[in-house]
Design a protein around this ligand. Structure first.
Ligand SMILES: [Zn+2]
Length: 362
């Protein structure tokens, strides 16, 4: 699967370079992957007609995506869903990450790590990447994400038993930002630095102002509402990120982006806590493979995932929707890395991005 993915992405990249007359070189690999979460982003913002006002997110639609992804079946709040994204686990059950809290966590030793909550170590995408020498960053806009820093620091992270010892601290750069422009500046600084060193990187990037504006203005999709203005600001920030990548020869064509959300919002009107409300659990899931491609439908490509009824966020194994928690194991696959130990969502790394021969893409 991994080889197939790399080959196809290379072929796509090569095909876009009409000036290439020399023998193919492996210069088109994805070396950097950014997992972006836009907090409280409803799918309608990425669909017609509203997408027309969001040119940067529209560009990220030039690849496989769906507007019918799902949050965790039991939670439509921030921390449990983000923990799901980076650990490849759902919230509930013996194999779940079990982190229910959604405010600043206590200190480590007082219940403030994922390990303490679950009862045993909960590995993450940062473990898999860091243990294999891939630089890792968390650039977020809410203080409660310190949970990740605490859970994977030099004291509480697992011992690295894979190859060279890269240490217990699984997150090389952890930054809490005040606003979206700073999120972009810090992210660009991190991946540019990684590229200058000739290395690869995995970043988890979080934009928060969409959620704050949703709480203030009831996720109102009308023009000029606080929520809509916040989405415009985040789109503009993502535009700066894409420009920074485009203008750097070491990054252009080598950075892939997965964009999703922790929840939608609007039920109750100024919140998103009702996990049974479709406008809370319906979220986008976009994959941009470093070059603009023809848009494709992730559900049409993936016969192992079932597009759920619009009113449902099914829990049962047999009706497996595409979830935000697929992201951790997906971004590792895109970097050619194995799945997160003991994860359960996309643990087989079988969420595919390229249609197999004969598949009809709607
Ligand atoms: Zn919120």
């Amino acid at each position: 699967m991994l080889g197939c993915f790399s080959l196809i992405v290379s072929a796509i990249c090569m095909a876009t370079d009409s000036s290439n007359t020399s023998p193919p070189k492996n210069t088109n690999a994805i070396n950097h992957v950014i997992l972006i979460s836009v907090d409280g982003l409803r799918s309608e913002l990425l669909q017609s007609p509203l997408i027309e006002t969001h040119p940067s997110m529209a560009r990220l639609l030039r690849g496989p995506h769906t507007f019918e992804a799902r949050t965790d079946p039991d939670s439509t709040v921030t921390l449990p869903n983000h923990v799901g994204m980076v650990t490849g686990r759902l919230f509930a059950g013996p194999s779940g990450h079990n982190w229910l809290g959604n405010s600043n966590p206590p200190k480590p030793g007082a219940g403030g790590t994922l390990n303490e909550m679950h009862g045993e170590y909960v590995a993450s995408m940062f473990d898999v990447a860091s243990d294999r020498g891939v630089a890792t960053a968390v650039v977020v806009a809410k203080s409660k994400f310190v949970l990740l820093d605490q859970s994977y620091d030099e004291t509480n992270g697992a011992v690295d038993i894979v190859g060279t010892d890269d240490g217990r601290d699984k997150i090389d750069t952890f930054i809490t930002c005040k606003e979206s422009d700073q999120v972009v500046s810090e992210t660009l600084k991190f991946i540019q630095h990684s590229a200058e060193k000739g290395g690869r990187s995995l970043s988890f990037v979080h934009f928060a102002e969409t959620d704050s504006a949703g709480h203030a203005g009831a996720w109102d999709l009308a023009d000029e509402t606080e929520y809509r203005k916040a989405v415009l600001r985040v789109d503009s920030a993502i535009g700066r990120l894409l420009s920074g990548i485009d203008s750097n020869a070491a990054l252009r064509g080598h950075v892939a982006i997965v964009l999703t959300s922790d929840h939608g919002g609007g039920v109750p009107p100024r919140s998103h806590t009702d996990s049974k409300a479709p406008i809370n659990f319906t979220i986008p899931f976009l994959v941009w493979l470093g070059v603009d491609q023809a848009p494709s439908d992730l559900y049409a490509i993936n016969t192992t995932r079932i597009r759920p009824d619009k009113a449902e966020n099914p829990r049962t194994e047999g009706a497996k929707p595409i979830r935000n928690a697929e992201a951790g194991n997906l971004v590792l696959m895109m970097l050619g890395l194995p799945a997160i130990p003991n994860s359960s969502v996309n643990a087989a790394q079988d969420l595919i991005l390229i249609p197999s021969v004969g598949t009809t893409v709607r």
